[in-house]
Design a protein. Structure first.
Length: 129
């Protein structure tokens, strides 16, 4: 019985043949390579999803910034119109009509410019990949 246990223990400490070691190393290398490939694929998938989320947030930010710029431009046009119309009140007759007409024309031009600027931003965003 002691002989059987001794032989069994002696078998555990024997070295493997060079061919067996080469096969074990090849298997370990393949397994490690597969694990790295899976990890890289997972990392790339996660990065792609994150990039999509960032791109979406940038688009929302750009849209909001364009809307806010448009709103500011319209507020400026409204303010200039009110100031110009108030200044017109010191005039009479044809001069008053001409002053008001000029204030309205300037207002319409400023609004048109604000709309054109807003459209240019929208076109630029649509052209982005």
């Amino acid at each position: 019985m002691f002989v059987t246990v001794g032989l069994a223990l002696a078998g555990c400490n024997q070295s493997k043949s060079p061919d067996a070691v080469a096969q074990d190393v090849a298997k370990a290398e393949q397994k490690a390579s597969d694990m790295v490939a899976k990890s890289e694929d997972h990392a790339q998938t996660s990065l792609d999803k994150s990039a999509d989320k960032v791109s979406e947030q940038i688009m929302h930010f750009d849209n909001d910034a364009a809307r806010q710029a448009y709103d500011v431009s319209i507020a400026q046009a409204d303010g200039k119109r009110k100031v110009a119309l108030a200044a017109c009140e010191s005039q009479e007759g044809d001069a008053l009509k001409a002053c008001k007409a000029q204030a309205e024309a300037d207002y319409k031009a400023a609004r048109a410019q604000a709309m054109a600027d807003n459209q240019a931003v929208a076109d630029n965003q649509a052209a982005k990949p």
